[in-house]
Design a protein around this ligand. Structure first.
Ligand SMILES: CCCO[C@@H]1O[C@H](CO)[C@@H](O[C@@H]2O[C@H](CO)[C@H](O)[C@H](OCc3cn(Cc4cccc(C#CCN)c4)nn3)[C@H]2O)[C@H](O)[C@H]1NC(C)=O
Length: 132
């Protein structure tokens, strides 16, 4: 189990910044934001080599424990061993993931109005988190 933060009250337009290091032998990692582990606005899951995916970011939502439709991104701006900063924000229509040199959008399928839950899982060593 990685870092889990609950009881958050992140409003639209506010940022969640996760700074950390990708393991040198990373297979994949995930950053999950939402209400709780069963109800996710965004599961942001870069895969170096797992579930049959190579160098692919898989995004999805989860509603009461049920995964939605996957959204595979074209860009893969990560390398083994990278230090990176992942900034997640959202509004009523979409979530935005800002990286040092890439940005992704994902629809706010659940119409979530606040983020209460953050979890970082897998081959990512969290150095710092910041809410702004
Ligand atoms: C082709 C027919 C079948 O299709 C496949 O069906 C699978 C099962 O549904 C999907 O895979 C699921 O996809 C979902 C998003 O949609 C989720 O990522 C979910 O993982 C949840 C989960 C998270 N974590 C924690 C964690 C996270 C990251 C790193 C680690 C680590 C480590 C130490 N090296 C641990 N554990 N499990 C995944 O299992 C595949 O994408 C999908 N593939 C396609 C092409 O469609």
């Amino acid at each position: 189990q990685g870092l889990v933060v609950t009881q958050l009250d992140i409003q639209p337009g506010e940022c969640i910044k996760v700074k950390g290091k990708i393991l040198s032998d990373a297979k994949g990692f995930a950053v999950n934001v939402g209400k709780d582990s069963s109800t996710l606005l965004l599961h942001f899951n870069p895969r170096f080599d797992c579930h049959g995916d190579v160098n692919t970011i898989v995004c999805n939502s989860k509603q009461d424990g049920t995964w939605g439709e996957e959204d595979r991104k074209a860009d893969f701006p990560f390398q083994h061993g990278d230090k990176t900063e992942i900034c997640i924000s959202f509004n009523e229509t979409e979530a935005t993931v800002k990286l040092p040199d890439a940005e992704f959008q994902f629809p706010n399928r659940l119409g979530m109005e606040k983020i209460e839950y953050l979890a970082v899982e897998g081959d990512f060593k969290v150095k710092a988190i910041k809410f702004s």
